[in-house]
Ligand binder design. Structure first.
Ligand SMILES: *Cc1c(COP(=O)(O)O)cnc(C)c1O
Length: 366
């Protein structure tokens, strides 16, 4: 009966499965201390400049924010070197994905394409918008299958999604390869490059397409403040897109989805070079340690350009994840990504990453 009131494409919706929270695990296993390495959050927390700016802005929350967050857009424009008119800020980059689909894709007619075992938000949002979501297989060893994406496009494909660096594998495509893909797509197809983890690549200029956007009128780059800038709980992301598209997206979006505190925090985060450098340093060191130690424990690892590492333990991944949970360490079992043999762990503080490795060693040798 209830089902008759919702659109048919909504009936088989499976809810998004987020990483388990610290509170949930403390309660479930009666633990006092829990280390969360499951959602790729910033190991250093939030920047002190952000915390100060938030305290000051607290008194202003009775005001509506400025629509389209103009001060934030200028700060982003300066930071990434693109005109503010090409940037749209959103309530997390999730909102930008949703807006793009709603502005560009005709429900029941158009389709969008990604590859298998990818970030579930593309599928979820497409489905909610009534737009067909297609997947192509990944290449050998989970490589990003850029050629297959190009081949799978048809006359009604309006968007192709690539996450680079990729979640959950950590693999990244070179900017050159993405430029080739953008070049071979038909005129009506946008390439959406989700650069949520681009901060953690080295050297970044070999990977980001941001610097080439002026030459490309069919590419959108997504960025977020949730990872390197430590603002996951405030929900702030943005898309950089051709001017013509930005104009339409801006007109179509709901007002005020970027709240006053998120705007203030975003601006402060962009000003804190020390926090940003410290974040990169801890991530680079931790990633190197994980990539070195995990194979010594008998795990297969994938090279990573992100703030996490995907690995396959020598024992069933579900059991390893459960054993880690009992010991107060939350990692991400990749069953929800269709990779039940694999685990994703993000870099923590130096002590957290080391504790994870110590506990994993005990579990695997038990
Ligand atoms: C974490 C992540 C994001 C960020 O999403 P927000 O909505 O900005 O928090 C975007 N894309 C991918 C692939 C991610 O893993």
């Amino acid at each position: 009966m209830d089902g008759q009131r919702v659109r048919p494409e909504i009936l088989d919706f499976k809810p998004y499965v987020p990483g388990l929270s610290i509170e949930e695990i403390k309660e479930r296993y009666g633990l006092a201390e829990v280390i969360k390495l499951a959602s790729n959050e910033n190991p250093l927390g939030a920047s002190p400049l952000v915390v100060q700016a938030l305290a000051r802005a607290g008194q202003e929350v009775f005001r509506y924010p400025q629509n389209h967050s103009p001060r934030l857009l200028s700060a982003i424009a300066k930071a990434v070197g693109v005109p503010a008119g090409q940037i749209v800020a959103g309530n997390g980059s999730d909102e930008i994905i949703d807006l793009l689909l709603r502005v560009v894709a005709r429900p029941g007619v158009d389709n969008v394409i990604c590859y298998e075992h990818s970030f579930s938000m593309y599928r979820l949002t497409a489905k909610l918008c009534g737009v067909e979501y297609r997947e192509v297989p990944r290449g050998e060893n989970h490589r990003l299958p850029l050629e297959s994406l190009a081949e799978a496009v048809d006359a009604n494909t309006v968007m192709v999604f690539v996450t680079s660096p990729d979640n959950p594998t950590g693999l990244a495509a070179k900017a050159e390869e993405l430029m080739v893909l953008a070049g071979v797509l038909p005129k009506g197809t946008l390439l959406v490059v989700d650069e949520a983890y681009m901060d953690f690549t080295w050297p970044p200029e070999e990977y980001t397409v941001m610097s080439s956007l002026a030459e490309l009128d069919n590419v959108v780059v997504l960025r977020t403040f949730s990872k390197a800038y430590g603002l996951a709980g405030l929900r702030l992301g943005y898309g950089v897109m051709p001017q013509w598209l930005a104009d339409h997206v801006r007109r179509a979006r709901l007002p005020f989805t970027v709240n006053l505190l998120a705007e203030v925090a975003g601006i402060a985060a962009l000003e804190d070079d020390n926090f940003y450098s410290a974040t990169l340093e801890i991530v680079f060191k931790g990633r190197e340690l994980l990539l070195k130690r995990l194979p010594e424990l008998g795990c297969e690892v994938w090279p990573s350009q992100a703030n996490f590492v995907m690995f396959r333990p020598p024992q069933p991944a579900g059991e390893v994840v459960e054993a880690l949970l009992r010991r107060g360490i939350i990692v991400r079992h990749l069953a929800s990504f269709g990779l039940p043999q694999n685990i994703r762990v993000n870099v923590g503080t130096q002590a957290e990453t080391q504790t994870f490795l110590d506990v994993l060693k005990e579990i695997l040798h038990a």
